[in-house]
Design a binder for this molecule. Structure first.
Ligand code: IFM
Length: 460
């Protein structure tokens, strides 16, 4: 990167030590799907199932990061990031899900971590970003309590190899997606449509988080965290009790069903009623609450868009939110990203302020924020002003939250580079760096140059 981009600096300085970085996930960038002993994950299976992923695309090659990681680390160094959040692919480490550790799988992350440290970049490892070994899904996946214990074993194995150099560990990424999109709405792998299974998955993901957090801590991890995707939920009419009740329900299913067990040690009462309705309570054992509430050093917050809801008599439930009969999601009069997601930067400020109020003394770190837009490389340049606007306004909102007293420790942009956007395949581009999938050529977009200046100034 030789150009600079000093558009914007409004002079809003972030606190000293604020962590700046970028994030990715294993299946979305690595490729090398059957190399060095890796076995299929649920996403390999899902992507091969006709009709599930845009144009039948898969992560077989993706950004070929498995082979090009050194160049990608160099890109990050040029960007000036202090932190790189990546995820580890469980099927590389334990190809049969539970048994012996595959050293060759660990070797890859070992090389990556060393390259990052040599480049002065702090590695932040996420242990589960959705690529469950298919062999475990064949035994029920996250509906099976045993998987939570297998997850903790796998976490220990990764820590044993990388814990001397990786100081920050995240157990799960976005358990809402793993449970509700994976087991109820079928938008994600494993593509099931059983709301009861989704609630079982919620609990076993939470349990897996708690067990793994305990193992990591006991082994000496310096920082343990979990990342949730949250959305502030607003009723269409704050004076209408039905709209307000609808918002409360969706807030429960999107946010509180994960936040309360992790940070308060119990399910919220309204959510426990839904769990009982769809899955019974037999899968919740005495002592689970305490395991799930294992202390964390910060909460990872992924924010993309706000949610607006209203009540409507007779409306059917939305599969992503089981139990949401009578709730609708009216279009909002807001601009949208390339995903069709409404853009509201103040939603991030509201969310952070609410988290600080409801769950005090938990430091926060934005582990993902970003936007997809239809980008085009033209004469060696991608002019993505819309992404710069998105990032800038969200950073200003984050800065405002800090001014209002929120203990926000850092901001990681999603994503380092364009990648496999799950069911949307390669059609949607979230990267700061453009990827030409035919040649695997990387080209920093204008947003990368802009973000580099933000990082260098510690200010937006
Ligand atoms: O690409 C995803 C990522 O894997 C998880 N958080 C949201 C991103 C954009 O959809």
């Amino acid at each position: 990167m030789t150009q600079t981009d000093d558009r914007t600096a409004t002079g809003l300085a972030f606190p000293a030590g604020f962590r700046w970085g970028v994030a990715t996930a294993s299946y979305q960038i690595e490729g090398a799907a059957s190399e060095d002993g890796r076995t299929p994950s649920i996403w390999d299976t899902f992507a091969r199932t006709p009709g599930r992923v845009h144009l039948g695309q898969t992560g077989d090659v993706a950004c070929d990061h498995y082979h090009r990681y050194a160049d990608d680390v160099a890109l990050m160094r040029d960007l000036g990031v202090g932190t790189y959040r990546f995820s580890v692919a469980w099927p590389r480490i334990k190809p049969d899900g539970t048994g012996p550790v595959n050293t060759r799988g660990l070797d890859f992350y070992d090389r990556l971590v060393d390259a990052l440290l040599n480049a002065g970049i702090d590695p932040m490892a996420t242990l589960y970003h959705w690529d469950l070994p298919q062999i475990l899904e064949d035994r029920g996946g996250w509906t099976n309590r045993d998987v939570a214990y297998h997850f903790a074993d796998y976490a220990s194995a990764v820590y044993a190899r990388l814990g001397d150099r990786v100081r920050t560990w995240t157990t799960l990424n976005e358990p809402w997606c793993s449970s509700f999109l994976g087991y109820s709405s079928a938008d994600h792998a494993p593509g099931r449509t059983d709301p009861g299974a989704a609630f079982l998955a919620v609990h076993h993901l939470l349990l897996g988080h708690g067990l793994a957090a305990h193992e990591l801590r006991a082994a000496g991890a310096q920082e343990v965290s979990v990342t949730v995707n949250l959305s502030p939920v607003t009723p269409r009419d704050a004076a209408d009790q039905h709209d307000v009740a609808a918002a409360q329900l969706v807030d429960g299913l999107h946010n509180r069903i994960f936040l309360d067990p992790i940070l308060r040690g119990r399910y919220p009462a309204d959510m426990l009623e839904l769990v009982a309705r769809f899955a019974g309570l037999g899968h919740i054992s005495d002592g689970d609450d305490a395991v799930i509430a294992a202390p964390i050093d910060f909460l990872g917050v992924n924010y993309y868009a706000p949610t607006h809801v209203a009540a409507k008599v007779g409306a059917p439930a939305t599969a992503k939110f089981p139990g949401s009969e009578g709730v609708i999601f009216p279009d909002q009069p807001l601009p949208v990203t390339g995903m069709g997601w409404p853009i509201e930067a103040d939603g991030l400020r509201r969310l952070l302020v609410r988290l600080a109020a409801d769950y005090p003394s938990t430091p926060l770190l934005i582990t993902e924020n970003g936007a997809s837009f239809p980008d085009f490389a033209d004469n060696g340049r991608v002019a993505d002003d819309d992404r710069i606007d998105y990032l800038r306004t969200h950073l200003i909102a984050a800065h405002q939250a800090i001014q209002e007293g929120v203990d926000l420790r850092g901001y990681l942009a999603w994503s380092l580079m364009d990648n496999f956007e799950w069911a949307y395949g390669y059609e949607k581009r979230f990267g700061l760096v453009h990827v030409d999938y035919a040649t695997q050529e990387r080209l920093p977009k204008d947003s990368a140059l802009w973000f580099r200046e933000v990082i260098a100034r510690n200010a937006v």
